[in-house]
Design a protein around this ligand. Structure first.
Ligand SMILES: [Zn+2]
Length: 384
């Protein structure tokens, strides 16, 4: 009897070991695939583009050491260096309903609690969206600390200016900023916002895939606008200098933000209905309003955003936005590591440059789209 018990215990321990060692990595590998493998061809002047940034990636969601190079997933420091990627916004995903779709989701289920358990995060994270969001923010600072000075977190204009200065002499330097996907991780308490600000959050998408206490989602049940609490959230974001990311917001929320928010507006990862018509993407009227507000539109790399996954599809949408609202208002918003199969990881960024040139953009315009626009937006809108 005693022996049987010992064997059962041993088997259970082994099973747990296999689960915790392999399952989180397996999920990452299977969710964040890229179909093309580099090295990729690039124009002769690609590596001399001074500042290539990207507005959106979810790398912090996965249990991947970003200091080391991986054969899976889309972003890590060595691959950022290979792709001449100077600045990446790392966005925080803290709750995802099961069976997510772009049409309609409620908030009753959640897959990220299970993922944080499988990744052996502290038990508090399994049950708290706020704790697991702050845990991811902290993971970016930890990554910077372990990078041997090669990666730093940008929180202010001064940080960005210093980084631009240093990177002009050392092209191996990279940087990152933090953003939130969904204000639900404030756990219905506005006073939590200051904690997120201190952690470095500099833009907030008010909603992710479901309606929350603050605003309606494009993929929610009711798709309403700002709630009264949402208005107070925007006031505090204006005071702190946090931008609003309109990605995933309902039409009503987007209209309310235009009407009631006086701070900076961007769309971190999106497509446009004019090229790829679905619930997820921006209408021409929305684009024009973003343009009028000197906002920035980050164009994605995945199927639902641009109706294709190759660099040419992304370039086509970039051109559409540039033609509608100006070449200074469009940028890259990849959604790498956002659980989509992509054509290429961050090392494939040169492919987008090649496609933009094919569409007739000048080198000057390409350098704006692939860098200058995001640099100027944050030099203008980050806190001092
Ligand atoms: Zn997203």
């Amino acid at each position: 009897m005693k022996k049987t018990f010992k064997i059962i215990l041993l088997v259970l321990v082994l099973l747990a070991l296999v689960f915790f060692l392999f399952v989180p990595q397996y999920i990452d590998r299977s969710k964040n695939k890229s179909t093309l493998k580099g090295p990729f061809e690039k124009v002769s002047w690609y590596d001399s583009i001074p500042f290539i940034p990207d507005l959106h990636c979810d790398a912090l969601l996965w249990d991947r050491d970003l200091v080391k190079e991986h054969t899976y997933g889309h972003v890590d420091l060595p691959r950022m260096q290979k792709g001449n990627m100077a600045f990446q916004v790392f966005t925080i995903v803290s709750k995802v309903p099961s069976g997510i779709n772009i049409e309609q989701n409620d908030d009753r289920s959640d897959q990220i609690g299970l993922l944080s358990f499988a990744q052996l995060q502290p038990p508090a994270n399994w049950f708290s969206v706020k704790k697991r969001a702050l845990y991811q923010a902290n993971a970016l600072h930890d990554f910077a600390e372990r990078s041997g000075g090669k990666f730093r977190v940008i929180k202010s204009k001064a940080d960005l200016k210093l980084f631009l200065f240093d990177r002009a002499v050392d092209r191996t330097l990279s940087s990152g900023m933090l953003g939130l996907e969904g204000a639900h991780c404030l756990e219905n308490d506005l006073s939590n916002l200051d904690e997120f600000y201190k952690a470095g959050i500099r833009y907030i998408g008010l909603t992710h895939f479901f309606d929350n206490e603050w605003a309606g989602s494009a993929h929610g049940m009711k798709k309403g606008g700002l709630t009264p609490k949402g208005h107070s959230l925007l006031r505090r974001m204006e005071e702190l200098g946090i931008a609003v990311d309109l990605a995933h917001s309902s039409q009503n929320t987007i209209e309310d933000v235009f009407k009631y928010f006086r701070g900076a507006i961007l769309v971190s990862h999106t497509g446009v209905k004019g090229v790829c018509d679905n619930q997820r993407n921006l209408s021409d009227e929305q684009l024009i309003k973003i343009g009028e507000r000197n906002g920035l539109v980050g164009v994605g790399l995945w199927e639902t955003a641009v109706c294709g996954t190759d660099a040419a599809s992304t370039a086509k949408t970039i051109k559409y936005v540039a033609d509608k609202i100006g070449v200074e208002k469009v940028a890259l918003g990849s959604d790498w590591d956002g659980a989509y199969e992509m054509h290429f990881d961050v090392t494939g960024t040169p492919l987008i440059v090649t496609e933009l040139l094919k569409l007739g953009f000048s080198r000057d315009d390409v350098e704006k789209i692939m860098g200058g626009n995001i640099r100027d937006f944050f030099l203008k809108n980050l806190p001092e």
